[in-house]
Design a protein around this ligand. Structure first.
Ligand code: HEC
Length: 404
């Protein structure tokens, strides 16, 4: 019985016998309105996951599963709903696309980042390898142009041909079909689409910022910590912006102290494009050679840090950002994007962020009240306990939000 029911009962019906009677009827009415039948529940679960109504035969199967076992049957029904190709072609595509461009727009073509996430979900690839694995999903249809490092045609044609992503995606090693050596691969971060969006121009801090935003659900503003050492802040950051060194310590340093030693992991990457043709570029990796973008504007603060290699350190393991829940079994430092991707993707914040994003996509709202937040915690725990199988998170959310 909920608190509200019991307090209402207590208030209006002080004598025990009446209270029991009235409360009982409140409960029954509550159950009658909240308790949809198996077919109703099946329909809602299907709609939440696939965005379309089920066929009659799928609806029958789902409803039968629910009727047979009101608890585990709901999960079985969710699993059936995820067999619908629309779960991959529409629900997952729309879920992932905003992570793959700076504008966070859902209106962008399929690309190698999106397809790789969709493939990983389909195959139950442990999702905590998202930012580190040597992985890339490509289409199998013979009509497709081959995967190219220089354009996105392979994936755009997949959409033009309305390829079924559930059946026609296959796992590859990134290092097999690109020029990246295996040790330079870093999951979706070294896909062409991510490089186009976040290694383009700038100082590669954008890759770090958007990875934090998209996969740890924290923008830099939320992880500001002015108490870390500023010894790794690059030369391009003024130590007295507008002539005011306090601004550096109170503001600039609070992001750059933690970010710069982590973003150093990307020191050998760039996105090279022909003059005037940003879409026509490709990811480049220069082993043991720091990209010039790490050394620009060196006269802004000559005593700033000069990046010698791709060694990274996580200063946020101490201080307030220890709350992001770093994995104690990892060292907290290393060289290159791959080990830094492992550092990020094995944090509690990463697991919780995936659960929150799934909740939003399936329940069509942000987790609000205490019950929603407890649900996100449960989804996060199940996610980790299942070796980071994301399909289970979608099933958990669909069951929770499909009504009792
Ligand atoms: C909220 C966190 C945050 C704060 C505060 C902050 N920065 Fe940054 N800074 C970033 C991020 C993120 C980037 C990468 C931006 C991008 O490329 O998209 C960046 C990039 C830069 C760059 C490289 C510019 C470029 O062209 O890419 C410089 C220089 C810089 N910041 C200086 C400063 C200075 C000086 C201050 C204080 C006045 C400051 N930052 C405050 C997060 C921060």
């Amino acid at each position: 019985m909920s608190d509200r029911q019991s307090s209402l009962c207590g208030k209006f019906h002080p004598t025990a016998s009446k209270a029991v009677l009235v409360c009982a009827s409140v409960l029954i009415i509550g159950m009658a309105t909240a308790n949809a039948g198996p077919r109703e529940q099946a329909k809602r679960i299907h709609d939440r996951l696939a965005g379309v109504p089920p066929s009659n035969s799928v609806l029958d199967d789902m409803a039968a599963a629910i009727a047979t076992n009101p608890t585990s049957g709901l999960y079985d029904a969710a699993t059936m709903a995820m067999e619908n190709p629309e779960f991959y072609n529409v629900t997952l595509k729309n879920w992932v696309t905003p992570w793959t461009n700076e504008e966070q727009s859902v209106f962008a073509p399929l690309n190698d980042y999106t397809a790789t996430v969709i493939g990983m979900v389909r195959d139950g690839v442990p999702f905590n390898t998202l930012l580190s694995a040597d992985i890339l999903y490509v289409g199998t249809d013979p009509r497709l142009p081959a995967y190219s490092m220089d354009d996105n045609r392979h994936y755009e044609v997949m959409e033009e041909l309305d390829i079924n992503l559930k059946d026609d995606l296959e796992y590859k090693n990134q290092s097999e079909i690109t020029t990246l050596p295996p040790e330079a691969t870093s999951g979706v971060l070294t896909t062409r689409a991510a490089a186009r969006a976040f290694f383009v121009d700038g100082t590669n801090r954008a890759m770090f910022r958007f990875t934090m935003l998209n996969h740890l659900c924290n923008d830099l503003e939320q992880v500001k910590d002015p108490t870390r050492s500023s010894d790794r802040i690059r030369q391009d950051v003024s130590r007295s912006p507008g002539g005011d060194s306090r601004l550096f310590f109170n503001n600039c340093a609070s992001c750059h102290t933690g970010m710069d030693p982590l973003a150093q992991a990307y020191a050998y990457y760039d996105y090279d494009y022909p003059e005037g043709d940003m879409e026509g570029g490709r990811i480049v990796y220069t082993a043991n050679a720091v990209q010039p973008k790490y050394l620009i504007n060196s006269t802004v603060f000559k005593d700033g840090y000069v990046t010698p290699d791709d060694h990274w350190d996580n200063y946020w393991r101490k201080g307030q950002n220890s709350l992001l829940g770093w994995d104690d079994s990892l060292p907290g430092s290393g060289s290159g994007a791959k080990s830094m991707g492992e550092e990020l993707a094995n944090s509690e914040a990463f697991a919780q962020c995936q659960a929150k994003k799934v909740f939003r996509a399936v329940c069509l709202r942000v987790p609000g009240d205490a019950a929603d937040r407890a649900q996100v915690t449960a989804m996060t725990d199940n996610f980790k306990a299942s070796n980071y199988n994301l399909k289970g998170v979608f099933a958990d959310a669909a069951v929770y939000c499909a009504g009792e």
